[in-house]
Design a protein around this ligand. Structure first.
Ligand SMILES: C[S@@+](CC[C@H](N)C(=O)[O-])C[C@H]1O[C@@H](n2cnc3c(N)ncnc32)[C@H](O)[C@@H]1O
Length: 239
């Protein structure tokens, strides 16, 4: 699904009814235990993330139970707690925010739900013990390919170990770029993925895509909705 002004309006009512109450409920839970939950804050601030959450997780939040789920770069939000309570749910997150408080939040959170090893702090590439398991669903929401450009590598690594992959993918306009400085003082100019790169990726996995008819149908009239020139789509693949 393309996250456009139209799709946001189309899903506004159901998202307000289903997702917003969960964001608020777990915000109180996190506050009560003095746990920082940055991803919950983002869902609170940006309604479009709630629409994405409805699209990607609603069956897992309200209908299905006891699935074996791995989330890559899950952060900490209402989704973490709700999914951990309903499913055999694990998260791999690099936690690269320098603030130790986020690490402590994760640990505190682990204690509160009384399940150990829910969160693995690492780059997803280095998790052999997670990779050796088989999952019903592997999810990566708001990670590829702008935060992490290794989308193809991720697919090759996890596809053999799951029945389904759910992704939200971000892309930028054709000429977008940014500059970063390495530890060695070198300036790198990074071009984030644009729509043609996303298109190439989807085509390379076309046979697995669920609901193909909705994947591209909105593209022609799509407007960029975020000031930062970030656009978002969601996709599911079955293997
Ligand atoms: C933009 S946030 C999205 C969080 C959450 N999925 C959401 O949609 O609100 C990206 C998350 O991915 C994690 N992350 C970034 N690079 C990662 C990597 N290489 N391996 C694992 N997690 C990573 C970050 O720590 C952060 O929690």
């Amino acid at each position: 699904m393309w996250i456009t002004p139209e799709t946001i309006e189309k899903h506004r009512k159901v998202t307000e009814e289903k997702i917003a109450p969960l964001v608020n409920k777990y915000e109180k839970f996190f506050e009560k235990y003095n746990i920082k939950a940055p991803s919950n804050d983002l869902h609170k601030r940006w309604f479009w993330k709630q629409v994405v959450a409805y699209d990607m997780y609603h069956d897992l939040l309200f209908k299905k139970k006891n699935l074996k789920i791995l989330e890559i770069g899950g952060g900490l939000s209402f989704l973490t707690k709700r999914l951990a309570d309903r499913h055999d749910y694990k998260v791999i997150d690099i936690c690269n925010n320098k603030s130790k408080s986020i690490d402590q939040s994760f640990f505190g959170y682990n204690l509160k739900i009384e399940k150990s090893n829910i969160v693995k702090f690492n780059d997803w590439f280095y998790n052999p013990e997670h990779i050796l398991e088989h999952y019903d669903i592997v999810i990566a929401n708001d990670l590829f390919p702008n935060v992490d450009q290794r989308l193809y590598q991720f697919m090759s690594k996890y596809k053999p170990y799951t029945k389904q992959i759910r992704l939200s993918l971000t892309y930028h306009s054709m000429n977008s770029f940014w500059q970063v400085k390495t530890n060695y003082g070198e300036h790198l100019t990074i071009r984030p993925w644009n729509v043609s790169m996303i298109s190439e990726f989807l085509q390379s996995h076309w046979e697995f895509i669920d609901g193909k008819e909705n994947v591209w149908s909105k593209y022609e009239d799509m407007k960029e909705i975020f000031k930062s020139d970030t656009n978002v789509m969601t996709v599911r693949m079955n293997f």
